[in-house]
Design a protein. Structure first.
Length: 286
């Protein structure tokens, strides 16, 4: 019998100094964002035995430098398309990429064997910032690394996902006492900024879909967060939700995160009834 190779996701690095995530199934591979330098992205791919030249496409969430820094060079060096929305391509300007690939919001985009549906989320990029609902043979993936608020629309898009890669940027108290200017603190904490540990916990506790098997926490601030605090906040919310079956992976800026292998899970069931309602525990305000 032929071996079945499952869908695997690996965050190569995540944070304000650069974001890049590998998505693969068999010999089909792509990168979501290349905000690391080309050299660092290639080094981290090599460290997990993935030749950079085996990557078939780059998909961009938005035009901030921590998501695009190495993308153009990666595209030119390996002759792969960069998929970005028309508005992001325009803001990016004279990026010298090998070629542009289409990325249409609220429509299915076939990229390297995966079905991406981008949709706009709240963040302060010059063009729109998109999150993704990604259909794969091993179940759906939700991907939102820069998101100021989890709206009802986002909750609906992520409802049936098995894996969520989602921002847990800062601890509210640490942001308030941290070294940033007040204007920067207000931008980060706004609904067009970055998602806090506390806001993610509310989403997990009150709205997490019953299909979710793993949460990957992304874009943690090295100044206003601590990985252990972000993980504890998420795990406490999962416990309140009665979801001790959900794995938590914390991505880091300076290292490759552990790989999530969707193919190792039992085949997804088609959800019929919605998840039973849960009673939310009181949450301490920041």
């Amino acid at each position: 019998m032929e071996d079945v190779i499952g869908v695997r996701l690996t965050v190569l690095g995540s944070g304000s100094a650069g974001n890049a995530t590998l998505l693969e199934r068999g010999d089909q591979r792509l990168l979501i964002d290349v905000g690391l330098s080309y050299r660092e992205a290639a080094r981290r791919l090599d460290s997990i035995a993935v030749p950079p030249e085996s990557v078939g496409a780059v998909v961009i969430t938005h035009a901030h430098g921590d998501h695009t820094r190495g993308a153009a060079l990666f595209s030119r060096r390996h002759g792969v398309p960069v998929h970005a929305t028309p508005a992001t391509q325009e803001v990016w300007g004279e990026a010298n990429v090998s070629s542009w690939g289409e990325l249409r919001c609220d429509a299915v985009n076939e990229i390297c064997g995966f079905r991406f549906t981008p949709f706009e989320v709240s963040h302060d990029a010059d063009a729109e910032t998109v999150a993704f609902a990604i259909e794969t043979p091993d179940g759906a993936i939700g991907f939102a690394t820069d998101i100021g608020v989890v709206t009802p629309f986002v909750r609906e898009r992520f409802r049936d996902c098995r894996l969520l890669v989602i921002e847990s940027n800062h601890a509210t108290d640490l942001l308030q006492v941290g070294p940033y200017p007040q204007s920067t603190k207000e931008r980060i904490g706004s609904q067009r900024g970055h998602l806090s540990n506390e806001s993610l916990a509310v989403f997990v506790r009150e709205h997490l879909g019953r299909s979710v098997r793993c949460l990957v926490l992304a874009h943690l601030s090295r100044v206003n967060n601590v990985p252990e605090i972000a993980e504890m906040s998420c795990r406490e919310a999962l416990e309140a939700r009665g979801r001790d079956d959900v794995r938590v992976v914390v991505s880091r800026q300076d290292r490759v995160a552990e790989t999530v292998d969707l193919g190792s899970w039992p085949a997804p069931r088609r959800a019929g009834a919605s998840a039973n309602s849960q009673v939310a525990l009181p949450f301490m305000p920041a």
